[in-house]
Design a protein around this ligand. Structure first.
Ligand code: NAD
Length: 306
């Protein structure tokens, strides 16, 4: 089977490419290396260094004729979307549209999209199901939500199958301390530099932190399941910033000094995803709790002396 992975030089896309190769797929990565790295692309995958908005990217897809397109390439930084909404919409909306056109023209069977819990915005409920109204609070959430709508209408008009996966806060090896929800990567980066990590507010705010290998497993399951579905991919568990630091202290075997800063304005206090639909439809479940995921991330990121 031939698959295309846009954003395959990035954090999540590179893990997905590895898993697809291990499953025996011919993997073609489309990435302009704007936030990803050539070194992330696993050996055995073909890197096509081009922009998802370009005619060249469409030509690549026309030539390789993938059965499934995993569309992960994105402008994935919330703050950047607020600073430069035009660029954000260009990459996330136009880029997705260009990849949908390419999929249709190449006769691809399926489009699997990396969406985000940011499409929900500030939901009053602590546990967010797919039925919650999507009211994004950032241009990033809005551009992802808009891309989702393009995918649905493409499917209705052209019969292209899809699965939209709305990820929680993903963490794991190779994540850089920028982009969406990268607090684990930020903390590890501070530890590497021997700078105390900063905790905003009391650190008891919680999120649904999901390990990258669980995200990959959901994507692999979506190869054959989840037709025309929009699914939350999270653990369904709440992990606080203080919990993360406690787990990092366990890995380190020593206390971690921290700085305190005021709570961020507009920060949601508690949020976690309801993953029950993904469990049922994809026959998938998260296999890593925060302790296991943080331990693996720590071991692969920091030398044992730190
Ligand atoms: P990343 O920045 O590591 O990966 C994105 C990749 O896309 C990079 O390799 C980058 O070079 C590439 N890219 C960006 N713009 C491009 C363009 N115009 N043309 C071609 N390639 C381009 O980010 P990530 O954390 O791996 O995120 C992957 C996907 O998952 C994104 O769609 C993101 O929105 C989504 N997501 C991530 C998280 C998270 O917590 N990391 C949570 C929810 C959703």
């Amino acid at each position: 089977m031939i698959v295309a992975v846009t954003g395959g030089a990035g954090f999540i896309g590179s893990h997905l490419s590895e898993a697809l190769l291990a499953a025996g797929a011919d993997v073609h990565v489309i990435d302009n290396l704007s936030s990803g790295y050539r070194a992330n692309v696993p050996a055995g995958a073909v890197l096509h260094e081009t922009d998802i908005r370009s005619p060249e990217a469409r030509t690549v897809i026309a030539c390789i004729r993938p059965e499934v397109i995993y569309h992960l390439a994105a402008q994935a930084d919330v703050q950047r979307s607020i600073d430069n909404p035009v660029e954000d919409a260009s990459v996330n909306v136009e880029g997705t549209l260009n990849m949908l056109e390419a999929s249709r023209q190449a006769g691809a069977r399926k489009f699997v999209f990396a969406s985000t819990s940011a499409v929900y915005g500030n939901v009053a409920k602590e546990v967010v199901s797919e039925r919650a109204k999507a009211e994004p609070m950032s241009f990033y959430g809005l551009s992802k939500r808009t891309a989702e709508q393009y995918i649905r209408i493409y499917s209705q008009l052209h019969g292209l199958d899809y699965t939209i996966l709305r990820y929680g806060n993903v963490y794991g090896p190779r994540q850089t301390p920028k982009g969406e929800g990268g607090v684990v990567a930020v903390f590890l980066d501070r530890l590497r530099q021997a700078i105390p990590p900063t905790v905003h507010g009391d650190g008891e705010q919680t999120r649904d932190f999901v390990y990258v290998k669980d995200i990959v497993a959901a994507n692999i399951a979506a190869f054959a399941r989840g037709a025309r579905e929009t699914l939350n991919v999270g653990t369904g568990r709440a992990t606080s910033v203080n919990d993360l630091l406690r787990l990092l202290e366990l890995c380190r075997g020593a206390p971690i000094a921290r700085r305190h800063a005021p709570a961020r304005a507009g920060d949601i206090r508690h949020s976690r995803l309801d993953p029950r639909r993904a469990r049922r439809v994809l026959r998938w479940d998260s296999a890593y709790d925060a302790a296991a995921g943080i331990a693996e991330t720590y071991a692969s990121t920091l030398p044992s002396s730190l």
